[in-house]
Structure formats: structure tokens, C-alpha cells
Design a protein around this ligand. Structure first.
Ligand SMILES: Cc1cc2nc3c(=O)[nH]c(=O)nc-3n(C[C@H](O)[C@H](O)[C@H](O)COP(=O)(O)O)c2cc1C
Length: 255
């Protein structure tokens, strides 16, 4: 039966508010606002993809990386304060643990329930791929590898020390490794419209900054390099012409 009286409707609302726990009560320390978990947050839940590893060449060799650490002697504030572009490196090998940590900082998975990563991504599509051009790393053969966030592993693409083929700037050749940020534009949905490229570039900046801060916290030197031949790097990595190469970050031990 419809409730016609306004005062009766109001009284019913009050009774409902008192019956539902937390509803209507003021937000206090003892009665905080409910925390939305990622799966309860519709914007996130409806857009994030299930964890699926990307397609790899059939003959690729995978290498599981050491687990990243979540604690450090260096605070975030110290890393922000100390970060500088460093272009001279010692001629000594990088530890595999440090390489693992840098790749994790770039694109590591930090939420196994939905594939959330260390860097934000527009609508969580994760269009970036991370390549490692390794020249001087303990327990890792020189070569080109692709970082696979799922399972925190490397997939070998090419053998040999190919740092010198990556670019002309001396930092690229001198660093123990070069981390390359690649854009897979095919993953960007059409509905992004005129924002497509901008959002991929913005995401690349997040990833590069993560690498810079992680390198600083590990007492390593790095610099963000935009000056290279995109065609040359694409050929070296063996990636499709419609992909983009956005950044090269050489990393080495400090002199
Ligand atoms: C988009 C971009 C491209 C850059 N390209 C190069 C580069 O090709 N070579 C280089 O040595 N440094 C490059 N840099 C680093 C800048 O020169 C450096 O950040 C700037 O001099 C400020 O110094 P700082 O990083 O120590 O604060 C680049 C930085 C940005 C943001």
C-alpha cells in the first residue's frame, strides 16, 4: 500500500537509518567511512583486466627474477631529494637483485587480485612494455630481454652485448644496463580518442620516475634519455613498426 503521509515517510526513513549499522551515524574515529576495496570500487573493477601473460615468441627462454624487496634504508623523501641525472658509471657489474628491483619499480605487479602495478595506468590497460638491454650484470648473460610483470620474470629476445647498437649517447653504451620503455599502441582503446597518445606518454613518465627513484634508493646512477633514433631501437628490439619507443634509461654503479 503506498505511504501517502509525508511525516510517516520521514519517520520510516529515520527508523531505517537507525536499523542499518553505520547508516546515518556521524563519521568518527570509532565509526569511520567504509573503505572501498579495489573489487568494491566500480570504476576500478569494471575496467581492470584479469591477469594474463602477454604472448611471447614460442622459442623464448624465461628467467624468474629474485623477489623484490619492500623495505629500504632510504626514505622516499631522501630518494626524491637525492635524485639527479647521472651520466658517468663505474665499469662494474650490476647485481641481479638490483636489476630485478628496478624492473619491479617500473612495472611490477603489486595487487595480484587485479594486476595493479607500481605505476598508474589510464583505465588500467597497461600499454607499456619494458625491455632490458643487459651488458654487465652478475648472473645474467648479456642480451636483450623483455620484462614480464606476470610472475616477475624475463623473457630472452636476443643474445649478446648490444648496448652500443641502442644509441649514440655515451651513457647508453657505458651503463651496465639500459631499460627501454616501449608503447604498445594497439592496447589503447579507440574510446580514448584524442587522449590516446597523451595518456601513454604520461604513463611512461610515471614509470621513468619510478625507475629513477628506485635507482637512487639503490645508490645507482641513471638518466632519462629521450634523444635516440626510434627506428634504430625498434629494429634492435625487433618490435613492430606501429609500436613506440618512449624512453631509454641507462643504469650503472656510481663512480
Ligand atoms: C623528456 C626528457 C628527455 C631527456 N633526454 C635526455 C637525453 O637525451 N640525454 C641526457 O643526457 N639527458 C636527458 N634528459 C635529462 C635532463 O637533461 C635532466 O633531467 C635535466 O638536465 C635536469 O637535471 P636533473 O635530472 O639532474 O634534475 C631528459 C629529460 C627528460 C625529462
Amino acid at each position: 500500500m503506498p505511504i501517502r503521509s509525508t511525516s510517516l515517510r520521514f519517520a520510516l526513513l529515520i527508523i531505517l537509518a537507525l536499523l542499518i549499522p553505520g547508516c546515518g551515524a556521524p563519521l568518527t574515529k570509532e565509526n569511520p567511512a567504509p573503505i572501498l576495496t579495489p573489487s568494491a570500487n566500480l570504476t576500478t573493477a569494471s575496467t581492470q583486466k584479469p591477469l594474463t601473460a602477454p604472448a611471447l615468441p614460442a622459442d623464448s627462454v624465461n628467467l624468474k627474477l629474485p623477489e623484490p624487496r619492500l623495505k629500504s634504508e632510504v626514505s622516499l623523501e631522501e630518494a626524491l631529494y637525492q635524485r639527479r641525472s647521472i651520466r658517468e658509471y663505474a665499469n662494474s657489474p650490476l647485481k641481479l637483485n638490483d636489476v630485478s628491483q628496478l624492473l619491479w619499480a617500473a612495472q611490477g605487479i603489486t595487487d595480484s587480485s587485479n594486476g595493479g602495478r607500481t605505476a598508474p595506468s589510464a583505465v588500467a590497460i597497461y600499454p607499456l612494455e619494458i625491455y632490458l638491454v643487459a651488458g654487465n650484470v652478475e648472473s645474467l648473460a648479456p642480451g636483450i630481454y623483455r620484462y614480464i610483470p606476470e610472475g616477475h620474470q624475463l623473457s630472452k629476445i636476443k643474445d649478446g652485448d648490444l648496448r652500443a647498437d641502442l644509441g649514440t649517447q655515451s651513457t647508453i653504451k657505458q651503463a651496465a644496463i639500459d631499460i627501454v620503455i616501449v608503447a604498445n599502441y594497439k592496447k589503447v582503446p579507440e574510446r580514448f580518442g584524442s587522449n590516446s597518445t597523451k595518456w601513454v606518454y604520461l604513463e611512461s613518465g610515471h614509470v621513468a620516475q619510478n625507475i629513477c627513484l628506485q635507482a637512487t634508493a639503490l645508490n645507482l646512477g641513471t638518466v632519462t634519455i629521450g634523444g635516440f633514433s626510434e627506428e634504430q631501437v625498434k629494429n634492435l628490439l625487433g618490435i613492430a613498426a606501429d609500436m613506440g619507443v618512449l624512453y631509454v634509461l641507462p643504469v650503472g654503479n656510481r663512480t
